[in-house]
Design a protein around this ligand. Structure first.
Ligand code: CO
Length: 472
């Protein structure tokens, strides 16, 4: 009995040492009406679904990296000024491994399993999207997982009806959408037998990927997202490269990528019309998880990203690192590519921004004014406060929202149905209140960047990754 108590208090100590945002949430709730303060706009109708890791431990053992926590979906359904919340783990083989078998023996982003070959499990905790009339949860190691929008129940794996390989590949969890056609545009990295980037489109409602272009590459780069304009698909090849054969040696996915100091960064342009490589440009390197937006104007291509000086932050576990001077924070960086002379100019705005979001439907691939994000990423260890920012990319003006002891997550912009300007709408962000030990959904007026209202969740919501608003 004494030993049991000792063990229990030791476990409690380990949990207590961890930031609240990296503490496991095991409760799953069916639709529950949330209470709050302020106003939930009457016009806001639809569901915000967020994805992220939520179970980080089996007993006293913890996953190596934040990204390796078990996928959980959270939904906030807006209905005539009411907000109804639900949350549920995805039921995949990752759930079987962690919850049923109580094992952490799997390969993930930072997690190394005991198997000799790096074999990935579909722990789809990165993003959500609509594929062929299904809602799917995405990770970079396929396949996508279909879930039910209202119950969040897992339906099964999404099967692509085509001949592209479905295993031993990497697939981008930030697909683009064509504003006119609704088609999905995305890319995958094939590692074997010869490595290549394969860009493809999936017509609206279809599950068949049609190849746009294939770009052979010796050592593929880690590119978490890419950019799309009306004419081009843009891959920014950061010098964070993998030797595909290393994937056969086992270990975690991230451990195989190496930053090549001194190497330039390659920008690849694929013509959407000609379906082929249309240009190759070289520039001083950065590393970024997230593109913000890209567009062309008078022969210049603008590529905006939330960028880091290098890939120091790529493989490390953000819950274990101290970064008091915020050197590991991403900043707004713009590359201007002169398409005629091939000259590339890097412009750093300096403002800290991560998890950037824009008014996508109206502005993706076009000139735009506003990006929303949170103002720090670098460390999760000891993180006390993280606010939201809105940057005017032309005037460089910045407005922000923050609250003591509160850590804000990715801000998702939702336009008003009859929007009169780019920022006419709201910004939705799940915020962790570390003092109250719970989370709330914050609703900001996107134009003024001031609070309209908030609703309080029944529990803390661990640090998530990405979410989408699906209109009714
Ligand atoms: Co991302």
């Amino acid at each position: 009995m004494k030993l049991l108590l000792l063990l229990l208090s030791f476990t409690a100590l380990l949990q207590a040492d961890r930031p609240l945002g990296l503490t496991s949430l095991t409760v799953e709730l069916p639709e529950t009406k949330l209470k709050g303060t302020g106003e939930v706009p009457e016009w806001l109708s639809g569901t915000l679904i967020r994805n992220g890791p939520a179970l980080f431990n089996v007993g006293e053992k913890y996953v190596t990296h934040w990204f390796d926590g078990l996928a959980m979906l959270h939904s906030f359904r807006f209905n005539h000024g009411e907000v109804i919340y639900a949350n549920r783990f995805l039921r995949t083989s990752a759930y079987e491994t962690m919850v049923v078998d109580k094992s952490l023996d799997f390969a993930g982003f930072g997690q190394a399993g005991s198997k000799t070959e790096t074999a990935f499990i579909p722990n789809a905790n990165v993003n959500v999207a609509r594929f062929a009339n299904n809602l799917v949860a995405l990770t970079e190691i396929p396949l996508p997982v279909i879930f039910d929008k209202s119950t969040l129940d897992t339906v099964g794996l999404f099967s692509y009806n085509d001949m592209l390989p479905k295993s031993k590949i990497w697939e981008c969890a930030h697909p683009h959408y064509d504003a006119k056609s609704g088609d999905v545009i995305n890319y995958q990295v094939q590692f074997f037998p010869e490595a290549k980037y394969v860009l493809y489109t999936m017509k609206k409602g279809s599950s068949v990927r049609e190849v746009i272009a294939e770009i052979p590459v010796k050592q593929p780069a880690y590119m978490h997202s890419f950019a799309m304009t009306e004419k081009y698909l843009i891959l920014v090849e950061f010098p964070l490269l993998i030797n595909p054969q290393d994937l056969l040696k086992g270990g975690s996915f991230s451990s195989h990528y190496k930053w090549q100091a001194g190497k330039q960064m390659r920008i690849l342009l694929v013509s959407r019309e000609k379906q082929q490589l249309a240009g190759e440009f070289w520039a001083d390197p950065v590393f970024a998880w997230h593109h913000i937006n890209s567009y062309e104007e008078d022969g210049t291509l603008y590529i905006d990203m939330a960028a880091y000086e290098d890939a120091t932050g790529f493989g490390y576990a953000p819950d274990l690192v101290d970064d008091p001077e915020h050197k590991l924070s991403a900043r707004f960086v713009r590359y201007k590519v002169d398409l005629a002379t091939k000259n590339v100019v890097k412009e750093a705005l300096g403002s800290s921004i991560e998890m950037p979001r824009i008014n996508y439907d109206r502005c993706n691939g076009k000139q735009y004014n506003f990006v929303y994000g949170y103002d720090d990423y670098g460390q999760l260890k000891g993180l006390k406060k993280r606010g939201l920012v809105k940057i005017d990319v032309r005037t460089k003006l910045l407005v922000s929202w923050s609250q003591d002891d509160c850590i804000a997550e990715e801000p998702v912009f939702v336009a008003k149905p009859d929007a009169k300007s780019e920022d006419d709408g709201v910004v939705l962000s799940v915020v962790l209140d570390t003092k109250a030990k719970t989370s709330f959904l914050l609703i900001l007026d996107a134009r003024k960047f001031t609070e309209l209202g908030r609703v309080i969740a029944p529990h803390h919501i661990p640090y998530g990754l990405h979410g989408e608003f699906f209109p009714k």
